[in-house]
Design a binder for this molecule. Structure first.
Ligand code: ADP
Length: 176
């Protein structure tokens, strides 16, 4: 684990094992679970997460890309799961950059609304959704650097990298 000036932490590992106020899920529009980090979170957290997702879905028909919703974290060590839907990479000309930045901003906004002090992000959209990793890392860090100063409650942001490539990219950029 690497600590960057107090507020940012970089960790290589599994987000379902992280003890923070909220972990972020790279969900899909249906909110009904999927593969990758989404599958891991639902498997480890149990049915309570899916039950709340279903209620949100009944109320507002899922979650639009770039937006976020919050549920219990069930059996996970975190208190809450913030589900955000990253863009599917379509070459970069379909608003992907703005939508990805929005995922980070909206997640932070929800955390603040719930007066949470710590949040952990996976590398949204860089798995099955195919977003180029180096570009995604830049967007993630910039979006958070832009919004953290306005936060009253949020003290710590963790980036949980499941793969080495993302970890190295974050390490490079956070060290600059
Ligand atoms: P997306 O559909 O948004 O691309 P994926 O789940 O396919 O979502 O991948 C997003 C990122 O989550 C990838 O970088 C992948 O390596 C990572 N990932 C997969 N499982 C986990 C996990 N248990 N903890 C943290 N990150 C994970």
């Amino acid at each position: 684990m690497t600590d960057f000036s107090g507020k940012f932490k970089l960790v290589q590992g599994d987000i379902t094992r992280v003890t923070v106020d909220a972990i972020v899920n790279a969900a899909n529009n249906s909110l009904l679970g999927g593969g990758g980090v989404d599958g891991a979170i639902h498997r480890a957290g149990g049915r309570a997460i899916l039950e709340e997702c279903k209620k949100i879905r009944a109320r507002q028909g899922g979650c639009p890309t770039g937006k976020a919703v919050i549920t219990t974290a069930g059996r996970l060590p975190a208190q809450f799961v913030i589900h955000t839907v990253g863009p599917v990479w379509q070459g970069g000309t379909h608003g992907e950059d703005q939508l990805l930045a929005s995922c980070y901003q909206q997640s932070i906004k929800l955390a603040e609304l719930h007066q949470l002090s710590s949040i952990a992000f996976p590398n949204i959209s860089t798995g099955v959704y195919g977003f180029p990793k180096a570009r995604a890392v830049q967007i993630a860090i910039q979006a958070i650097r832009d919004h953290l100063p306005q936060c009253q409650y949020l003290q710590q942001v963790m980036f949980i990298c499941h793969d080495h490539e993302n970890y190295d990219l974050y390490q490079d950029l956070l060290n600059r």
